[in-house]
Design a protein around this ligand. Structure first.
Ligand code: ADP
Ligand code: MG
Length: 308
């Protein structure tokens, strides 16, 4: 099967929304944005051995490659609409492509995203997805709006994906924790409810403290108090590792794709979300650990491609 065969068989006949005037097959896609809406755009590349383990099931790779992108739109309060997919494949493996498409299109359908085009080349396994979403131009959520006194909130538990990856590497390939890493659910629905409500937002891809630091820096060099005890938990996570390992996963583990956001102090925390701390004027993060002890100088390392 050649390049055009792959496109024809796997990517040409994808269900298209009304907003897609021309999908895969011509030289470029033509889409019809909603009048008056701003367009939010984001792109992420996934490399085998870097962003997912070598030999990771294709269905998970397909899901994750779209999920990480949709999470960026969620962080902006944007509704996902269209996607482009650039695939570099070492060979045409139809079973792998079937799995990849199952993962990718299952999530795409759930989130109302149309694949409108892409590129297919031969090379080391690498997946780049570009997504475009819509958001009323003045209501996009940003990293820069947090102020001292704001509530610091999260959309759900973190640390599960890091625990799941550790399980996977230890040969445990099933269970809710592996699922959290393999098929994270981008917070697209919740994100729409944060429009015009959150003073700042970011998606947690690199780790809670690392991504919190991005908000604090973008907001002018302020700080935050974080209570580990307030972080949401699941029963599966509670039966993984010990307290110190769980806290490590919660504070530093990436890949959960929950949203971290701030609210004015008088605003109620939206249903399903949890307050985990508060923004402060001192320019540093203070953490109250799972044993109640305060730490003034927690390391803020997250994943960085050039230093990790
Ligand atoms: P060109 O040579 O003009 O760049 P391509 O051969 O790369 O065109 O692609 C032909 C058509 O197939 C284009 O519409 C492109 O968007 C689409 N396409 C190629 N690869 C993919 C893919 N992986 N997913 C979706 N659409 C794709
Ligand atoms: Mg091309």
């Amino acid at each position: 099967m050649d390049e055009f065969g792959v496109i024809e068989r796997f990517f040409r006949h994808t269900p298209q929304a009304e907003s897609v005037l021309l999908g895969p097959g011509d030289d470029a896609a033509v889409i019809k944005p909603t009048p008056g809406m701003g367009l939010a755009m984001s792109m992420d590349t996934l490399l085998e051995g870097r962003h997912f383990p070598v030999g990771f099931p294709a269905e998970y790779v397909g899901w994750r490659s779209l999920a990480v992108n949709l999470s960026d739109l969620a962080a902006m309060g944007a509704r996902p609409r269209w996607a482009l997919l650039s695939l570099s494949l070492p060979q045409v493996d139809e079973a792998w492509l079937d799995g990849f498409c199952r993962g990718f299109f299952t999530l795409a359908e759930q989130m109302g995203v149309s694949l409108v085009g892409g590129d297919t080349v031969k090379g080391p396994l690498s997946i780049t997805v570009q997504v475009t979403g819509e958001v009323p131009a003045t209501r996009a959520l940003r990293r820069s709006g947090a102020r001292p006194g704001d509530k610091l909130c999260i959309t759900g538990p973190v640390g599960l994906a890091a625990a799941g990856l550790a399980n996977w590497q230890a040969g445990i390939t099933t269970g809710a924790l592996v699922q959290a890493f393999a098929q994270p659910i981008p917070q697209c629905q919740t994100s729409l409810r944060l429009q015009g409500l959150a003073t700042s937002a970011i998606d947690i891809s690199d780790g809670l403290l690392a991504d919190l630091q991005h908000i604090l820096t973008a907001s002018g060099g302020i700080g935050a108090d974080v209570h580990v005890e307030a972080l949401p938990l699941t029963s599966e996570f509670l039966s993984w590792g010990d307290g110190a390992q769980r806290q490590q996963a919660q504070l530093y583990g990436g890949d959960d794709y929950q949203l971290l956001f701030t609210l004015l102090s008088h605003v109620n925390v939206p249903r399903g979300c949890v307050q985990i701390g508060r923004i402060t004027s001192r320019p540093r993060i203070r953490v109250q650990d799972f044993q109640g002890q305060w730490h003034d100088n927690m390391a803020i390392r997250g994943w960085d491609h050039f230093t990790s």
